[in-house]
Design a binder for this molecule. Sequence first.
Ligand SMILES: Cc1ncc(COP(=O)(O)O)c(C=O)c1O
Length: 398
Amino acid sequence: MTKKWNFNTKAVHSAQTPDPETRAISEAIVPAVAYSFESAEAAAGVVNGAEEDSVYYGRYGNPTSHTVEKKIAALEGSEDALGVSSGMAAISIAMLAFLEHGDHVVVTKDVYGGTHKFLTSLAPRFGIEYSFVDCNTAGEIEKAIKPNTKALYIETPSNPSLTLVDIEAVGKIADEHNIPLIIDNTFMTPYLQRPLEIGADVVVHSATKYLNGHGDVIAGFICGDKETIDHMRQNLMGDLGQNLNAWESYMILRGLKTLGLRVERHCQNAMEIAEFLEKQPEIENVYYPGLPSHPQHELALKQMHGMGGIVSFEVKGGVEAGKQFINALELAMISFSLGDPETLVQHPASMTHSSIPEEELADFGIPKGLIRLSLGLEDAEDIIQDLQQALQTLSVKI
Ligand SMILES: Cc1ncc(COP(=O)(O)O)c(C=O)c1O
C-alpha cells in the first residue's frame, strides 16, 4: 500500500505489519547478534550491500532497529534513517560523515551543551575546525564560510533559549555553497517540523526525548538520503560501535504510536504555562515561540506546525532567585532531560550547558538565570498550581 497516510496513521502503521508466523501485531524484539547464511556467497552479498535491508552482525543494525528506522524515515519524509545509541551519537556521526581532518563546520550559536562540547573539545583533536555564528544573519553565515567549510549545522528552536533559525533561508545558503545543512530536530519532532521538506539535507534527533517519550531509553536517529545513511551505518556507526539495540528500538516503536497525541498535549500545556508565566510579576522574559511576544513568532508560524513543549524564562532576582524557585517546586522535578510525561525543570547554566564557560554564556544567548521547563502530560491546572506555590515562596524573599 502506498504511504499516502497522514502523520498519526504513519506513526501507528508504517513499516509494521503483523508477524506472518505468530500474527502478533506488536513488533517482535530480535536480540540476535549473529545471523546464518545459506552460502558464503550469500553472506558476502549482504556485507557488500548487494542484498537490500539484510542484517548480518548486530553492530550494523538488527531487524527491530530496521523497523523503527523505516518508521522514522516515513515520519521525517527521508529516504532512509539510521538508529544509533544516543542523540550525541547521531550528532557526532552526522558531522563526522561530512567532516575530515582540516575541514570546518559553521554552527548556529545556541546549541545543546553536548553539541558545544563535542565541537570544542573532541572535534579539534581530529583537526576539525568550527565557527559559532548567529545563523539568523545571512551575512554572518556567508562571512564564516571558508573554502574548507564542509557542513552547516543548526538547531531550531534552540536548547535552551528557544531561538529560531529560518531553515529555508539557511538551506538556500547551504545549497549555494554546495554544503549539507544538518538540523537537530529534537525539540520539534517530525510532528511539528519537517526540515527536509524546507531545505535541510540531514536531520538528527535525540530519541531519548519526545520520540520515545517515556524517559526510559537513550537513543538517536539520523535521517537523510540512502547513500549518506549507508555510509554512516557502515563506516561510522559500525566502526565506532554506536548501534541502537533491539530492546530500545522496540520501546521507541511503542512510544512513536502515541507521538502525535503526546506532542499535542505537551504543546497545549506549554502554551497555557507560558501565558501564565508571562502574567506573573516575579517572572521576566518568558521565551516560548507560541507567544506573540516571542521575537520570532511569525517565523515559528511559518516553519513549525506547533510550538513545542519547552518554555524557558527568568525569575526576577537572577540566578539565586531562580534556584530558590526551582527548589520550591513540588510536582515539577529537577532533571537534565526533557520530552517526558513528567514536567521537568532545570537551570541550563549549571546543568545541561555547564560545559559553556560562564563568561561565554551571553554570547550563546543563554542568560545565567534562565530556567528551562519541559512541560509534561499532566493537567495544566496542576502544573500551574505548583508554579504558583513556588512563586509564593519567592515573593517573600525577593
Ligand atoms: C536538542 C538536543 N539534542 C541532542 C541531545 C543529546 O541527546 P542524548 O542525551 O540522547 O545524547 C539533547 C539532550 O538533551 C538535546 O536536548
